[in-house]
Ligand binder design. Structure first.
Ligand SMILES: CCCCCCCCCCCCCC(=O)CSCCNC(=O)CCNC(=O)[C@H](O)C(C)(C)COP(=O)(O)OP(=O)(O)OC[C@H]1O[C@@H](n2cnc3c(N)ncnc32)[C@H](O)[C@@H]1OP(=O)(O)O
Ligand SMILES: CN(C)Cc1n[nH]c2ccc(-c3ccc(F)cc3OCCn3ccnc3)cc12
Length: 392
C-alpha cells in the first residue's frame, strides 16, 4: 500500500516487499558500484551533541567500553528476560579476522562526556551466493543505547558503515536480525538443547513439561560422561589445511556459504578458550580427518533473577560429517559442552541441522533469525537448509 512502512529501508538497494513475486528482476547486484571518487568522503551528520569515534577493539579500555555498551543495551529475547553478553575476548575474535578494517568498527560518543552510546561494525568476508563468490561486509553489533532509541540514529549508523565499506570498494553486505526488514533471503528458527535443565527451569528459560517431575526432566537430558566417537579430538593448528579442504567441500552444497581459505579457517575455527571450540574425528587407521564439529560461546545475562546472573550458552557453528553419523557427532559435541558446564546448546535450522534437532532433544525457540543481503537480489527466498552461513 502507499503507506511508508520502512522509511529508511525503502531508500536502500535491498529487495523491497513491493518487488516480491516479480520474477523478472535478475539475481545479483541491485546497484552498480559507484566510482570511488563519487563516494562521500566525509562522515554523515550526527545530532550536534554526538561525534563519530572509530573504536580500536585491540585497546583494552576501548574494548571494555564496547563490551559495557553491549552488555547493557544489546539484543534481548522477546520477553526481556535475557540479553546477549558477548565477552571481550569474543569481540576481539569476531571483529579482527584476516584483512579486517579498523575504520569499520564505528562508535558514536557524546561530545561532552566521550561516553560511548552507539556502535556498529563490519568485517570483510568472501561469500559465495550460488556460483558467484562476492566480497562482502558482514555487519553486526548494531547497538544504540536504550536512552537514545527511536531517534532515527540507526539509519545514520547504517549509512556511515555503508560509506566506509564503499571506500574499500566493497558493494555488498550480509547481516542477520531477529526483526523483519526488507527483505529476508531466508528465515530460520533456533532450537535449544537443555544441558542443565534445573537451572534453565529455575531462571524461566524452560518450563517443566506437563506430567514431568524435575528428576524425570534431569534424567531425560542426561548425557554420557565421555564422547563415544573413536578418534574424536580437539582441532590443532596442524589440522588447518585438512579441515579447510573438508569444510570447503561440504559448504559447496549450500546456496549461500562463506568461501573460507586456510587463513579464515585458522581464525574462525581454531579453538580459542571461552570463544570457539572445535573438534574433529581422525580415523584411528588412516589418520584421515573425516568429520568436524564446532560451537561458539555466547553467554546471556539473566535479567532480574535473584539466584543467577548468567546463562552459559554454546551455539552450533560449522559441522561436517563424511563418516561419523551426524547424530553421533553432534551428540559428542553436546557431551563436551556438558563437560564444560554449559547450561544450553543452541542451534539454527540451517545446513543439515534439521536432521538432528528433534532426535537429540532440542526444543524449538520462540523466535526467528532472518538473513539479509545488501545490494544483492536473490530471486526466491531460500529454505534454511540451503544456508551454509552462521553469523555471530
Ligand atoms: C555495501 C555495505 C552495506 C553495509 C550495511 C548493510 C546493512 C546493515 C543493516 C544493519 C544490520 C545490523 C545487524 C546486527 O547488528 C544484528 S541484529 C541486532 C541489532 N541490535 C539490537 O537489536 C540491539 C538492541 N536494539 C538497538 O540497539 C536498537 O533498537 C537498534 C540499533 C537495533 C535500532 O535503533 P532504534 O533506536 O530502535 O531505531 P531508530 O534508530 O529510530 O531507527 C529505526 C530504523 O532502523 C531500522 N532497524 C531497526 N532494527 C534494525 C536492525 N536490527 N537492523 C537494521 N535496521 C534496523 C528500523 O526498521 C527503522 O527503519 P525503517 O523506518 O526503514 O523500518
Ligand atoms: C546472530 N547475531 C546477529 C546476533 C543476533 N541478533 N539478533 C538475534 C536474534 C536471535 C538470535 C539467536 C540466534 C540463535 C539462537 F539459538 C538464539 C537466538 O536468540 C535467542 C533469543 N535471545 C536473544 C537474546 N538472548 C536470547 C541471535 C541474534
Amino acid at each position: 500500500g502507499g503507506v511508508q512502512k520502512h522509511r529508511f529501508w525503502e531508500t536502500q538497494p535491498v529487495g523491497q516487499f513491493k518487488d516480491l513475486g516479480d520474477s523478472s528482476l535478475p539475481e545479483g547486484p541491485i546497484e552498480p558500484p559507484t566510482p570511488l571518487s563519487d563516494v562521500r568522503p566525509d562522515p554523515y551528520g550526527l545530532p550536534s551533541a554526538y561525534e563519530w569515534s572509530t573504536c580500536d577493539i585491540s585497546d583494552p579500555s576501548v574494548c571494555l567500553e564496547v563490551y559495557t555498551l553491549l552488555t547493557n543495551n544489546y539484543v534481548e529475547d522477546d520477553e526481556n528476560m535475557f540479553r546477549f553478553n558477548y565477552s571481550k575476548e569474543f569481540l576481539q575474535w569476531a571483529l579482527r579476522p584476516p584483512g579486517f578494517f579498523p575504520s569499520w568498527h564505528i562508535g558514536v560518543r557524546v561530545k561532552s562526556t566521550k561516553k560511548l552510546v552507539a556502535f556498529i561494525t563490519g568485517i570483510p568476508a568472501r561469500l559465495r551466493v550460488r556460483d558467484e563468490v562476492v566480497r562482502m561486509a558482514e555487519i553486526n553489533f548494531l547497538c544504540v543505547h536504550k536512552k537514545l532509541r527511536s531517534k532515527r540514529l540507526a539509519p545514520v549508523m547504517i549509512k556511515e558503515v555503508t560509506r566506509r565499506v564503499h571506500l574499500e570498494n566493497i558493494w555488498q553486505a550480509a547481516y542477520t536480525a531477529g526483526v523483519v526488514l526488507p527483505t529476508p533471503i531466508a528465515t530460520c528458527r533456533y532450537w535449544h538443547r537443555s544441558l542443565n535443565p534445573k537451572k534453565l527451569i529455575d531462571v524461566g528459560f524452560s518450563r517443566l513439561g506437563a506430567r514431568m517431575t524435575m528428576s524425570r526432566t534431569i534424567r531425560l537430558y542426561k548425557l554420557p560422561d565421555a564422547t563415544v566417537t573413536p578418534g574424536f579430538r580437539k582441532m590443532e593448528l596442524r589440522d588447518v589445511p585438512e579441515v579447510t579442504r573438508l569444510l570447503r567441500g561440504y559448504l559447496a552444497r549450500f546456496a549461500v556459504a562463506p568461501d573460507f581459505d586456510e587463513d579464515d579457517v585458522e581464525h574462525w575455527l581454531l579453538p580459542t578458550e571461552n570463544v570457539v571450540d572445535s573438534f574433529l574425528v581422525e580415523s584411528p587407521v588412516t589418520h584421515e580427518i573425516t568429520d568436524f564439529c564446532s560451537f561458539y560461546t555466547l553467554p546471556s545475562s539473566i535479567l532480574n533473577n535473584p539466584n543467577y546472573t548468567a546463562l552459559k550458552a554454546a551455539y552450533s557453528y560449522y559441522n561436517v560429517t563424511t563418516k561419523t553419523p551426524l547424530l553421533q557427532l553432534i551428540n559428542d559435541a553436546l557431551i563436551v559442552a556438558k563437560q564444560k558446564d554449559y547450561d544450553v546448546f543452541n542451534a539454527l535450522d540451517v545446513m543439515e541441522n534439521e536432521g538432528f534437532l528433534k532426535e537429540l532433544k532440542f526444543g524449538p525457540g520462540d523466535g526467528q533469525l532472518h538473513y539479509y543481503l545488501y545490494n544483492y537480489r536473490i530471486r526466491n527466498a531460500l529454505h534454511p537448509s540451503e544456508l551454509g552461513l552462521v553469523l555471530l
